[in-house]
Design a protein around this ligand. Sequence first.
Ligand code: OAD
Length: 246
Amino acid sequence: MSKLDLLLQQAADAIRLARRVVALTGAGISVESGIPAFRGTQGLWEKYDPMEYAHIDALRAHPEKVWRMLLELHTLVRDARPNPAHLSLARMEKKGYLRAIITQNIDHLHQDAGSSFVIEFHGTGHRLACMSCGERYPSQEMEVEEIPPRCPCGGILKPDVVFFGEPIPWRALIQAQEESKHCDVMLVVGTSAVVAPACDMPYLAKERGARILEINPEETPLTHTITDLFLQGSAGDILPRLVDLL
Ligand code: OAD
C-alpha cells in the first residue's frame, strides 16, 4: 500500500467516524474545470495585478478597464462545468457524509454539481449588483452591451463578488464561522489559505478540536501547522478516491 493509499484510508475513517464534516474550498478545486487559480505561475494575479483589477477602489476609478478583465473571467466561468472533485463532494453530501461547503469560489460549480448547502464566502458571479442603488440582477440574463454595464438607475453594475477592500457578506461570514466551530472534520481543498478571513476557518475548527484534512498538490501555511492529514495531489484525483472509500 502506498503512503497516499494509507492516508486516504485514514481520512475515510476520520470522515466515517465524524458527526459533522465541513469542506472549505478554493480556486484549486476548479482548476480542472479550466478556471485558472489566482496564485502561482499560471495564476490570474500573474497576469492582472490584484490592486489594479480586484480592489473595489480600482473598479470605482477605472470601471472600463476592470470590466474588460471581468468579461474575460466571465467567459471562462460561464463555459466551465463541474469536474470530478465537485461531483465527489456532491456525492459525499448525498451519502450523508458532508454537511456543508464553505467556498471562496464564485463560479457556482458546487451547486451545478448537485451540492445543496454551499456557503459562498466571496459572493457569486451569478449576480450583478448596482454600486449605487444596491439592486441585484441575474448575470446570465444580462447582455453586456456597454462597458461598464449600468443599472436602470444609472449606477455602475459589478459582479456580486467580494473585491479587495470590501467586507465579507455578513450572512456567509456568520454561517461559515458557525459551521467551522461545530464540525469535527474539516476538509480543506484547493486553497492557498492565505486570504483572511476565509483562511481563519480551519483555525476556528481546529481550536474546537476538529481534525483538518487537506487536499492540495502543494503545501500551504496550514500543512505543517494544523493539518492532521495532508493528501498531496489534485482534487480531481484525490476526492473521487476518498469518496469511493466511504
Ligand atoms: P489560490 O490561487 O490562492 O490558491 C489555489 C490553491 O489551489 C493553491 O494552493 C494550489 O496549490 C491549489 N491547486 C492548484 N491546482 C489544484 C488542483 N488541481 N487540485 C487541488 N488544488 C489545486 O486560490 P484561493 O486560495 O481560492 O479572493 O484564493 C483565495 C482568494 O484569493 C480568492 O477567493 C480570491 C483571491 O484573491 C477574492 O477575489 C476576494
